[in-house]
Design a protein. Structure first.
Length: 103
């Protein structure tokens, strides 16, 4: 794989042909924390990198909330504005997920 390193090896640039030739090696670089920029005709077309820190799951969030309640000795009550914001957020995203057919 012919690679060009940017920013001291934290970013690697490769061609789309190189990606197709050895995707496993590219994914290994990503596992090592390297951001891989895929280029076609010297233009970036994609970036492969490790995802950001995982988002806390609902079970963990509930467990943390209950632990906080135990610490306080009472169940916190959100103010009306917070509750309204949460309800609006849920309503705005209540439509079914319609992913592309290739997903």
């Amino acid at each position: 794989m012919t690679t060009r390193y940017d920013r001291g090896m934290s970013t690697v640039r490769i061609t789309d042909t190189e990606l197709a030739r050895d995707v496993h090696a590219v994914l290994e670089k990503v596992r090592q924390g390297v951001e891989v920029i895929i280029e076609h005709n010297n233009r970036a077309v994609a970036v492969i990198k490790t995802p950001s820190a995982p988002v806390r799951g609902i079970r963990d969030s509930i467990a943390r909330a209950r632990a906080y309640e135990d610490q306080l000795g009472y169940k916190p009550v959100p103010d009306p504005d917070f509750a309204k914001d949460v309800e609006e957020g849920i309503a705005a995203r209540s439509h079914p997920l319609d992913p592309p057919s290739w997903d």
